[in-house]
Design a protein around this ligand. Sequence first.
Ligand code: NDP
Ligand code: MG
Length: 392
Amino acid sequence: MRRLSILGSTGSIGQQTLEVCRKAPADFTVEGLTCGSDIATLYDQIKEFSPVAVAVSDPIKGAELAKRLKDEGIKTEVYTGPDSSSVIAQLSECDTVVGAIVGFAGLEPVYHAILSGKTIALANKETLVSGGDFIMPLAREKGVDILPVDSEHSAIWQCLRNGDAKNLDRILITASGGPFRGMKREDLENVTAEKALNHPTWKMGGKITIDSATMMNKGLEIIEAHHLFGVSVDQIDVVVHPQSVVHSMVRLKDGSVLGQMGRPSMILPIIVALYYPERGPAFTEPFDPFAAGINNLTFEKCDTEVFRLVGLAYEVGRQGGLLPAVMNAANETAVMAFLDGRIGFLDIERTVYEVCSGFVQSAGQTVDIDSVREADRIARENAEEILRKFIS
Ligand code: NDP
Ligand code: MG
């Protein structure tokens, strides 16, 4: 039995993790839950799963929830404020932390979970993009497993689980291509948030859905794979595969290519992580190779002239240091501005490029929690400054 703390339990991955817990009450207990501000959903989760403690990042919402629980005689403890998810990440009652907060806000709680020796099931790719250089060594030092939940990385991990990691030659990371696959740059200029939020194959939170539309999601995933599997970004190819059936592939030194197939559902990668090193039960419909749409699988190159953030991510991944944290922070800031209707779609890319090109990397700079936090903060300020000129 795993004893879980689910960070970001009110989000898309968080709710799907709880769906797994609901179906397998003998295999999981829910000890801790956290959210940003959605206390209505969190309250329902508390009633259903009776966690020991929860955290709400927004202090006002957190106080409101604490009062409600007290009035109703519910024993769950409530922590509030920006650092409160880190408390839940270290609960002595839990052994496994599911990192499902969106964005850089997910890094610190995961860092604290590793420090206190918890197993990490990681969906929050921004943790590794910004902090992979110290997160991975810290996990090794503490003997902590980082189990990937991101579907492509789960696929790669599964392909390498038979001991083939030493034979890895290249990673072929698949991408659906998002809602704007095949479009030209001039068509992208005026796409709306509503269109960008309409992903063809995956239902996810807002930020990652926009990242999929700009293809920055694949850029982030290249850097995530670099950290998880110890390969250079230049050993990773992006393969656009609109059907989202092959979740990624690895090419071994003898030329064999192994892939993992399945329906586009996050339930399976969540189960693969949470039952590791065993295999879990079938909670989703079994994969049917004869189902509609599966008989015509296609693979194409990514058009990096149109989706320029992919090329930027390769360059940023090569340079490393604090630059990936800077790119991530600029992207988060620009995506939020786009979702708020403040800037256009291609202004996301323009902002991220400009923040990255203005960043001067100091030689010999250590990458640790403090330097990454500071790089993130400054990059957000710079991004806000730059995107102001795109606001019409
Ligand atoms: P959502 O936007 O659906 O959910 C985000 C969660 O994080 C919510 O619970 C939200 O709380 C919480 N949150 C936001 N800010 C804070 C904060 N400062 N402190 C504590 N909690 C916070 O995101 P997704 O579930 O889609 O994505 C989560 C992560 O998983 C992302 O890093 C994403 O890239 C990754 N991922 C997601 C996939 C998917 O299919 N959705 C697939 C692969 C990876 P609240 O509800 O209160 O705002
Ligand atoms: Mg993914």
